[in-house]
Write a new protein. Structure first.
Ligand code: ZN
Ligand code: ZN
Ligand code: ZN
Length: 278
């Protein structure tokens, strides 16, 4: 691990010679982007836990820590945070209760059959003629049935949703986006817990904590899931408090030492634009 992290550090700094601050996301992307280095990492590292450790070791090395200190920090002081971002609120389309989302219903005139008994021949297919012989009914061509005038093959548009299958919800819904972060530091962990304690619903302004000068660069966004949940406004207020007060903030759903988290929930992802852990 030591040799590998020194090598990663060397290769990353070689590309960018200007004296810059290396963020953890930069290190992850750069390391995985260099093909030779990527193959080496794939060969040497067994799981994503080791990737995360390695990248943080490199991060701390670049900050000037010795290898021992860098290794200790990345083994013991990384945290995994899951959050719900309180996003926009709006009316949403919900499944029509009358047609269960179908948009159509059985025609009441023909009971969904699509055909009616021919009114001309009463379903006989024949009509009496003047010379007493049976004539084929002109209306139904002898079939005895006519296509129902009110529907299309037994189906009519649902009245309630006008054939859409969905209707606008009566109440507004709040979008919740799920986010997963990795961060370093006992003190950030404390800050998060302190902030949570201040709010009845454990809602915090996460950027206030993670995005300040001290922490910037050491925080890694693992994954975002937009509109991962939508909650009706009344239910929202019960579990999150006043919407206008908490909009844009985050509810903490989990804050653990990274070692306590099952690593099989992560993998290396190529987004096309960049490589990341996700
Ligand atoms: Zn009909
Ligand atoms: Zn007929
Ligand atoms: Zn409907």
């Amino acid at each position: 691990m030591e040799k590998l992290s020194q090598l990663v550090k060397k290769l990353i700094t070689k590309i960018d010679s200007n004296d810059k601050q290396y963020s953890i996301s930069f290190i992850v992307d750069r390391s995985l982007r260099i093909p030779a280095l990527r193959s080496l990492l794939i060969n040497e590292l067994s799981d994503v836990k080791e990737y995360i450790e390695l990248f943080y070791i490199v991060y701390f090395l670049l900050k000037g820590d010795s290898y021992e200190v860098a290794e200790f920090k990345s083994k013991n002081d990384l945290y995994y945070l899951s959050l719900e971002e309180i996003s926009d609120s709006d009316y949403i389309d919900i499944e029509c209760e009358d047609c269960y989302g179908d948009g159509s219903m059985d025609c009441g005139e023909c009971d969904g059959e699509g055909t009616e008994v021919c009114h001309e021949c009463d379903g006989e297919g024949k009509v009496d003629s003047e010379d007493d012989s049976d004539n084929e009914c002109d209306w139904c061509y002898g079939v005895g049935e006519l296509e129902c005038n009110y529907c299309d093959h037994g189906k009519i548009d649902c009245d309630y949703c006008e054939g859409d299958g969905y209707v606008q919800s009566e109440n507004e819904f709040v979008d919740l986006n799920t986010e997963f972060w990795i961060y370093y530091g006992e003190d950030i962990n404390r800050e998060i817990n302190d902030e949570m304690a201040k709010n009845d619903y454990e809602i915090i302004d996460i950027y206030d904590i993670l995005d300040n000068a001290k922490n910037r660069g050491s925080v890694y966004l693992v994954r975002t899931e937009n509109q991962s949940n939508q909650i009706e406004m009344d239910d929202f207020i019960d579990s999150y408090g006043d919407y206008d007060e908490v909009k844009g903030k985050h509810k903490v759903t989990g804050n653990h030492q990274l070692n306590d988290v099952p690593y099989n929930s992560f993998r290396i992802v190529n987004t096309g634009k960049s490589y990341k852990i996700g």
